[in-house]
Design a protein around this ligand. Sequence first.
Ligand code: 3PY
Length: 250
Amino acid sequence: MARRPLIAGNWKMNGLKADGEALAKALAAKLKASPPAVDMLVCPPATLVDRVAQAVAGSALAVGGQDCHAEKSGAHTGDVAAVMLKDLGASHVIVGHSERRADHGETSADVRAKAAAAHAAGLVAIICLGETEAERDGGRTLAVVESQFAESLPEGASPDNTVIAYEPVWAIGTGRTPTLAEVAEVHRTIRDLAAKALGKDAAGRLRILYGGSMKPSNAKELLALEDVDGGLIGGASLKVEDFWAIAQSA
Ligand code: 3PY
């Protein structure tokens, strides 16, 4: 089934007002001049969502958050609600990135609650899954992905409100990537899990992104895999030319 790829940039904790806005505007201009055959999204830090959303308003570049709280409001110092991101012009939010799972102790139950909050706010949740190096070395990759998928997917998830990102933790920010066969195996497994959870048709429409050191030099071969429907890109999304080159590889 043909799925339109999604090329999503995760800026992580990078960018001040001027450079974030300049990066987003440069991408929006490129999109306008020569629209690629993919959807494109940038997820700046929460401080820049408003500014970036305003800078690219009216363009095909979508804007997302990197995390959201599971509640709509309340005594949660430093947190950002999904409705707040929506209010700023975001259409997507990443939940369960391994850096959140590791640095903030987020469990799959937390991720499920955040994804549900994203859906309730009208955002598409990009739910991240992936094994650590020890889990891969221990032969537990598929079991870990299966349990994270089962525990992180909220009720009411569909291909319209959910994207899955497979990000092997050991490939994030390390420059290392799994082999193509390893990526293909995990993506196929996620598609099969989705078929069981959501039905075959929905699974066929669900976008499953690969993340973890995707860059211009490896994007083409990764994006050519049957069940890889785009990328969640870290470092390379901070450089217009690199991010654009990845989008053109799809
Ligand atoms: C990376 O590739 O570094 C990522 O974590 C993308 O989210």
